[in-house]
Design a protein around this ligand. Structure first.
Ligand code: GDP
Ligand code: IMO
Ligand code: MG
Length: 426
């Protein structure tokens, strides 16, 4: 049976974790295909909150095998801490499968991420400082260390030493900080981490193809989002991987033909963490209301997320880039109190209106939002689990977004809880 991809359509934190948790109900395997512990995915089940960084959001179902595939970069210290924390809450993590091709996020990656940001000063990206960019850089430069190397101490020591040759130079000479001792670092990883991590490591490509061969339905979960994609996002204010749906194939080792459903996870407004252009950004009281009501603070870093109105130009572009077959709309309830709600339907660049995303960063920086104003419903919708319970104006808002983006909306979420959603549009 074919497979589903769930992908963020904005700048992250759309509610991917909670939507994946809903869709995972019908899947035997949930696969993370890129990113690392820069992600923070929240699930609320029976009033209990789970914040996941590396582990796929299907973990809370007993019938789901969670797979961390080759495209993900993994800090084993963080992974083990996440496993411990879930197991303390009674979640069985023995089912987790980790690709032997996953690259390791090493302490020197984390150090370099922070030092680079410091050096950039006002031009900083605003990264999560988790070492994600440096780890993907090493992967591309063929200096990366993979999970499989933890099983081969001689190779592991040699690779850490090779990776640190130029990095220690950079850390000491350029940044003026203390470097890392390769032998000490390698021994720590081999002695303390390898014995605990290796039991999860396996050939995940084989595992996924076996499942596909048995006709099982698989779900592929993207971290970050379309506009943080290193190719298609607001470069250079992006992450260092490819969250877009097309990468699910590369990041997990399955052909593109297996996918028949691509769910674009979309917040009913927009947020962004870190630097970079944001056309519908609200730097006023309305923005504060969105942040307060939506509790828009990073799961991972605690940073305040920048708020803004819904941007249909981004939605249309995300539909193209990912081949979206449907949208899952989240956090509609956060708009409950507004008298009027704005939606950006086009950008104005140098006096001309355009409905398509500008191709050049310089145009994006100059773009101004063209808004349509809709009436708010000013009613609590957090208890609506059936379409007919939704107030007419809330229904009209959702239909307007569907029309503007041009992709059918399947799911509408009205609260963080697992059951707080309704099926839209059948
Ligand atoms: P992700 O990174 O895309 O998985 O999203 P995050 O977990 O970082 O941020 C989404 C936040 O919104 C989390 O705190 C969720 O619990 C919460 N959330 C998700 N969907 C809804 C919703 O429909 N309504 C409300 N009020 N909160 C939601
Ligand atoms: P989830 O999966 C929101 C942002 C950072 C920064 C940029 C680069 O929870 O949606 P990085 O550490 O990746 O090199 O930082 O990307 N960023 C996210 N923003 N949600 C995320 O993940 C993010 N992961 C990275 O804030 O602007
Ligand atoms: Mg998040």
């Amino acid at each position: 049976m074919p497979a589903t991809i769930a992908v963020g359509t904005q700048w992250g934190d759309e509610g991917k974790g909670r939507v994946v948790d809903v869709v995972a109900k019908e899947s035997s395997i949930v696969v993370r295909y890129q990113g690392g512990h820069n992600a923070g995915h929240t699930l609320v089940v029976d009033g209990e909150t789970f914040a996941l960084q590396l582990i796929p959001s299907g973990i809370l179902y007993d019938h789901v095998t969670p797979v961390i595939a080759n495209g993900v970069v993994v800090d084993p210290i963080v992974l083990l801490a996440e496993i411990d924390s879930l197991e303390r809450k009674g979640v069985d993590c023995s089912r987790i499968k980790l690709s032997s091709h996953c690259h390791l996020v090493m302490p020197y990656h984390q150090a370099l991420d922070a030092l680079n940001e410091e050096r950039l000063g006002d031009s900083k990206i605003g990264t999560t400082k988790r070492g994600i960019g440096p780890a993907y850089s090493d992967k591309a430069a063929r200096l990366g260390v993979r999970m499989e190397h933890l099983a081969d101490p001689r190779t592991f020591r040699r690779m850490v030493e090779a990776a640190l040759l130029d990095k220690n130079h950079l850390i000491r000479e350029v940044h003026g900080h203390e470097g890392f001792d390769p032998a000490e670092l390698a021994e720590r990883f081999l002695d303390e981490l390898a014995p605990r991590v290796m039991p999860y490591v396996t050939d995940t490509v084989d595992l996924l193809h076996d499942a596909l061969g048995r006709g099982e339905r698989l779900l592929f979960e993207g971290a970050q989002a379309t506009f943080l994609d290193v190719d298609h996002g607001t470069y250079p204010f992006v992450t260092s991987s490819n969250p877009v749906a097309g990468f699910a194939s590369v990041g997990a080792g399955v052909g593109p033909g297996v996918f028949d459903r691509v769910v674009g996870i979309t917040k009913a407004y927009v947020t962004r963490v870190g630097s970079g252009p944001f056309i519908t950004e609200l730097e006023d009281e309305t923005g504060d209301i969105l942040v307060d009501r939506g509790r828009e603070y990073g799961v991972n870093t605690g940073r305040r997320r920048r708020p803004g109105w819904f941007d249909a130009v981004m939605g249309r572009h995300a539909a193209r880039l990912n081949g979206l077959t449907e949208l899952a709309l989240t956090k509609l309830d956060i708009l409950d109190t507004f008298e009027t709600i704005r939606v950006c339907v086009a950008y104005e660049v140098d006096g001309a209106q355009r409905r398509v995303m500008p191709d050049r960063f310089a145009d994006l920086e100059r773009a101004k939002p063209v808004y349509v104003e809709l009436p708010g419903w000013q009613e609590d919708i957090s208890g609506c689990t059936e379409l007919h319970q939704l107030p007419k104006r809330a229904l009209d808002y959702v239909k307007f977004l569907e029309h503007e983006v041009g992709v059918p909306i399947g799911l509408v979420c009205v609260g963080p809880g697992r059951e707080q959603y309704l099926q839209f549009g059948q």
